[in-house]
Design a protein around this ligand. Sequence first.
Ligand code: C5P
Length: 209
Amino acid sequence: IHPPVIAIDGPAAAGKGTLARRLAAELGLRHLDTGMIYRAAASRLLAGGGDPDDPAAAALAAQTLGADDLVRTDLRAERTGEIASKIAALGPVRAALLDFQRSFGRTAPGAVLDGRDIGTVVFPDARAKIFVTASPEARALRRHEELRGKGVASIFADVLEEMRLRDRRDRERAVAPLRPADDAVTLDTTDMSADEVFAAALAHVTSRL
Ligand code: C5P
């Protein structure tokens, strides 16, 4: 019997990361924010002077990704997220990052992984799958407030526009598009507090363990 894997998927700023971290702590599982792996590949590509529009350069960055790339200082930067979303549409980039995600999840005591395609592609047989979503306005507002909180200048309309672009790219790509798995439970967090989201998710996950 495999260690349990919990799949948390959804669009940017829906609350996946916070939820996944809390679930992992509560259940004694490991946590992996898989967006960080795509961001690390993007950061490696940019740092090496590679052309973000060259698919071969992007694939090479993903294939040669190492542990030191996961601690790069620009991982959370907007530009890194933008390039990550671009190169995440490429099949060879996604293929290069699959093994790492799968072996992370298969290692005892099990793990909570959050991303876009965990329940559909990375772990189609996950023990529990939750699709976390919220309106684009609510997500843009959360991101905007988070940026302001960090002292970063931010314009709501720009954040919303960027959010919509990213959503479209993630949903419409041919390889591993963002969508709920058929057996996922969807949580719309537009009008929910983080505590309510956690309680609802925990109830579902516990019923599957
Ligand atoms: O979640 P985050 O914003 O950090 O992810 C950055 C980008 O990486 C996303 O816009 C998405 O295109 C890509 N990604 C992905 N599959 C995942 C996680 C992230 O395609 N499992």
